[in-house]
Design a protein around this ligand. Structure first.
Ligand code: URA
Length: 450
């Protein structure tokens, strides 16, 4: 086989065989296929696309390019969740303890943040003492004992994806549906769970800005997962504003805890008088949808209504909150923080941001809100940046809310005076306010089951 011929085949709209795709992935990973040929092939894929079969072959070849995590020593059906990335997304801290408290094993591999989206590990590390540097034996035994453990991504998980993604990033070939779907799913397959629930975001803070593109991506990933023998669900959720009210590491842990403390979930979801509660209710709704399908995927419940009720009960009874504390304690963290959030890192000043005019909150540039958190010091500009776990934003108005000129719109939690003016200005300009009423769209847009 010659890479030259395979580039020409794809350029002319041909369909690759499994062997051809394996040749490309393994040749590039080993350094036998140079960057310039791989770049040319990626651009051909960008324009010509890939069939479902080709996308599955690519995903499997990338998943097999390194080690696949062996979770066979964990009892029960292992369920994983993945979010395509958003601002203020703290659903893992809500969903994982709900499932674990229902007896479903969660062996989670997560990443750190880069750019405008935060990372699960950074957020958890805002809990004093919490760490993810546990051995594989401890990881497995913690999941067997308490049903929940979380580690960082190993360097050898789908190394082909890492190398290909770096090339896509500099050759304008990131936003190709088969390339995104295979990239995400190769890592999920290598992470070893039996069931995968995907939170596919759409809107101004997401990879996929349009709902139709998010649906197409979710459908492709669900098909890849099912064809690879993993029961897979895709939940399309809104990312046209941050999820919940809080953005920033410790602030997001705090908000997840607030959700796990809710005593009457149905009542909470139906009350949209209080603006803060409205933001948290959207976070609660996404979390419940993910948890419901994770519970169904585990086989512990078959009926959607019953599964949702079981997830609500895990919150209302306090079992999920206790599970979060147990998990934090098992990974070296101060479990007391879960019951007393005053123990989490706090910024030295809280600065109000006022609405510049009266009207209805009409739209939000969500990535820009993520950038405001970065300006405050809560995110990484480069892989080596040190992040400030205590800073962030607490947003009190959401799309559809009426706001008076001069009313508090949000609070910045900051440690450096020098960045507050710019952060305030950029936060205000991330939103538009309209004179006419605006209706917020539902946060969960569609559920893809096959
Ligand atoms: N996330 C990934 O892991 N890969 C992509 O290609 C896009 C988003």
């Amino acid at each position: 086989m010659r890479m030259y011929d395979l580039i020409m085949k794809k350029r002319n709209g041909g369909i690759h065989t499994k062997e051809e795709i394996e040749y490309i992935v393994s040749g590039f990973t080993k350094g036998e296929i140079p960057d310039y040929q791989m770049s040319a092939w990626l651009m051909c894929v960008y324009y010509q696309g890939m069939t479902k079969e080709e996308t599955v072959f690519l995903t499997t070849a990338m998943a097999d390019s390194g080690e696949r995590l062996d979770l066979s020593a964990i009892e029960g059906v292992k369920v994983d969740k993945h979010s395509t990335g958003g601002v203020g997304d703290k659903t893992t801290f809500i969903v994982a303890p709900i499932l674990a408290s229902c007896g479903v094993p969660i062996a989670k591999m997560s990443g750190r943040g880069l750019g405008h989206t935060g990372g699960t590990i950074d957020k958890l590390e805002s809990i004093p003492g919490f760490h993810v540097s546990i051995s594989e034996e401890t990881f497995i035994s913690n999941v067997n004992r308490i049903k929940l453990a979380l580690v960082g991504q190993t360097g050898n998980l789908a190394p082909a994806d890492k190398k290909i993604y770096a090339l896509r990033d500099v050759t304008a070939t990131v936003d190709s549906l088969p390339l995104i779907a295979s990239s995400i799913m190769s890592k999920k397959l290598a992470a070893g769970a039996d069931v995968i629930v995907l939170d596919v975001k759409c809107g101004s803070g997401a990879f996929m800005k349009e709902e139709k593109d998010a649906i197409a991506l979710a459908k492709t990933m669900v098909e890849i997962g099912n064809m690879a023998g993993k029961r897979t669900y895709g939940i399309i959720t809104d990312m046209n504003e941050p999820l919940g009210c809080k953005v920033g590491n410790a602030l997001e842990v705090c908000e997840a805890i607030e959700v796990l403390r809710i005593k009457d979930v149905k009542n909470y979801l139906s009350n949209d008088e209080n603006h803060v509660q409205k933001g948290i209710a959207r976070l609660l709704e996404v979390s419940l949808s993910l948890a419901t399908y994770m519970l169904i995927g585990s086989g512990k419940e078959t009926d959607e209504t019953k599964a949702r009720e079981a997830c609500m009960e895990a919150i209302e009874s306090g079992r999920a909150l206790d599970k979060l504390a147990e998990f934090v304690g098992a990974q070296g963290g101060d479990a007391g923080c879960i019951y007393n959030t005053d123990k989490l890192p706090k910024a030295s000043c809280i600065v109000p941001v006022y609405a510049p005019k009266s009207g209805y909150v009409a739209s939000c540039n969500t990535s820009e809100v993520g950038m405001v958190s970065l300006i405050l010091g809560g995110g990484r500009e480069t892989k080596d940046s040190i992040i400030d776990l205590s800073v962030g934003i607490d947003i009190h108005k959401h799309i559809g809310d009426y706001v008076e000129k001069g009313e508090v719109f949000a609070y910045l939690h900051a440690n450096r005076d020098s960045v507050v003016a710019e952060a305030s200005k950029r936060l205000v300009s991330a939103y538009t306010i309209s004179d006419t009423p605006v209706v917020a769209t539902p946060i969960v847009k569609q559920i893809i089951t096959k």
